[in-house]
Design a protein around this ligand. Structure first.
Ligand code: AMP
Ligand code: ZN
Length: 124
């Protein structure tokens, strides 16, 4: 079975530890869009072991620090698509770390809630 996230060339790794790796997304939502990927092949975030979650968390922090130094973003979105219905296209778990910049969208209010734009409006 071939899987793009099982076969990442070492030269593409931004950071790594024993259980996970980090790379730039090939089709970034914003400059600096990073993916944190466990080394083990499985699709579902909820199948990750506590050790894998810890390894992913470590790389999330390390790459967040790298992005802050390099790009000085104003915020981040962190997200995981779990299952095709939720939008997952690569069936090897990956956590999106997306730097956000003031003005990168007209109205950022709602953030990841915008997966269903017609449910977004809320004011309080
Ligand atoms: P998802 O929809 O959560 O499964 O996200 C898959 C992500 O993988 C998307 O953000 C793609 O842009 C990204 N992607 C697809 N192919 C590659 C690749 N060869 N290298 C790096 N990222 C990729
Ligand atoms: Zn894989």
């Amino acid at each position: 079975m071939s899987c793009i996230f099982c076969d990442i060339p070492t030269a593409k790794l931004l950071a790594e530890n024993t259980l996970a790796v980090a790379i730039y997304d090939k089709f970034p939502v914003n400059k600096g869009h990073v993916l944190i990927i466990p080394r083990r092949h499985f699709a579902d975030f909820f199948d990750a072991t506590r050790e894998e979650i810890s390894a992913i968390y470590d790389l999330l922090h390390r790459t967040k620090t790298m992005l802050e130094t390099e790009l000085k973003p104003d915020g981040f979105n962190v997200g995981i698509n779990v299952g095709q219905t939720a939008g997952q296209t690569v069936m090897h778990l990956h956590v999106h770390l997306i730097p956000r910049f003031k003005g990168d969208v007209e109205n950022p209010r709602g953030g990841v809630r915008k997966i269903k734009p017609n449910l977004v409006p809320y004011e309080e």
